[in-house]
Design a protein around this ligand. Sequence first.
Ligand SMILES: NC(=O)c1ccc[n+]([C@@H]2O[C@H](COP(=O)([O-])OP(=O)(O)OC[C@H]3O[C@@H](n4cnc5c(N)ncnc54)[C@H](O)[C@@H]3O)[C@@H](O)[C@H]2O)c1
Length: 451
Amino acid sequence: MTETTSPVPAADAAPATANQLVDDLLERIDARTARVLIVGQGYVGLPVAMRAVDVGFEVVGLEVAPERAAALQSGQSYVADVPDAQLRAALDAGYRAVSDAAEAGPFDVAVITVPTPLRDGAPDLSYVEDAATTLARRLRAGALVVLESTTYPGTTDELVRPLLEQSGLRAGDEIFLGYSPERIDPGNARWGFVNTPKVVSGIDEGSRRCVEAFYGALVDKVVPVASTAEAELVKLLENTFRHVNIALVNELAVFSDALGIDIWGAIDAASSKPFGYMRFTPGPGVGGHCLPIDPSYLSWRVKRRLGQTFRFVELANEVNEHMPDYVVTRAMTLLNRHKRALNGSRVLALGLSYKAATSDWRESPSIAVVERLQALGADVRACEPYLPDAGGPVLPAPVVDCTPGELAAADLVVLLVDHPDFDLDEIAGHARLVLDTKGVMRPRAFVGETL
Ligand SMILES: NC(=O)c1ccc[n+]([C@@H]2O[C@H](COP(=O)([O-])OP(=O)(O)OC[C@H]3O[C@@H](n4cnc5c(N)ncnc54)[C@H](O)[C@@H]3O)[C@@H](O)[C@H]2O)c1
């Protein structure tokens, strides 16, 4: 049973035909006869598709990369959170992955989950534009389109809407349009797609009701907001909040070390405050598709629209981008204290992905650390239990198993990702020197330092 919060103010009464189309779509969503098309089958789109199949919709995944569509169609998932068994069950239930829109068939609900990267520091919305243009060619009256890709406030209404209206159908009258930000946290076993509340919005009341009904069928709780721009801002607020707070503890970690104070002890103690404090911890920088990119969408919009600088975002970028260099400096200093130079030393890097328990390497600061260590003459090997599939990023260093022999053979072990698979006691017992950038070795006795 779906629960909703915060009522949305009613918009002006829609024309009868629009009301009729809304009612028809709501009925079809309720009866699970609405045909669903998910555009983009990546980290976000594939789990949405799987869930839509689970609750009984007929679902097609439109994935522009033919090799990805073929892999999905043959039952092979490249998204860690979607096991092959789940994909195969979905295929048995009628899910199809296609790379050509002509094979997708008609749809009643389309969800856009395509990348929104930065190009030369500015939002690159070309994937969203392509997806909306593709949908416009196949739109029918009464269909709903929802954008899920992270983007700056205004995109749904100002960019996607006119592209869809090239179909000749008017948004709000003949087709419906909304935005719902994705909150997926790859590798998070506690909070998944279904139990994480989903923010929903529409360009008008009818659209919002359709978006709310569709996601209400997929997740435990939906949170309606008053406009698509507000929903777009929600996602950027959440990610900017994390980005800025991580930058705060990263900068504090740098100063605390210089002052001879244990930042981790201070963080632990501050975390005992039951109100008004949220725990963030230092590390080698931020990675993934969200934190290094999304806040810049917001600062770009602020600059473009208001001519002003979003100073918190600029500062957080600067601090977080400096962290890989800082880790390398700490590695050099630590080796130096033990009478060794980084140049020529054997370094074992533990973890290459951007965070624990995921094979997502996008924007990973660990890669930046490894490349800088190599540039300074270190002989780097890496342990990574979550290797990306073939066709993924090129490995920056030879990957070896994290054995006692490898640990003991390294002049320095740098723990960059706190994968649950790493045996911390074994690392403490066999490594000659450790730089722990995640603070996970702290309860143990080991030779080395924590960031
Ligand atoms: N990965 C996350 O943890 C996460 C979390 C929240 C939000 N997001 C946002 O969701 C969006 C998608 O991210 P992702 O991580 O799923 O990206 P992804 O790269 O894993 O997947 C996107 C897929 O879309 C495909 N694609 C691109 N253009 C297409 C088109 N025109 N038609 C069909 N397919 C197309 C790509 O080939 C790719 O497979 C981004 O805006 C991202 O910021 C991601």
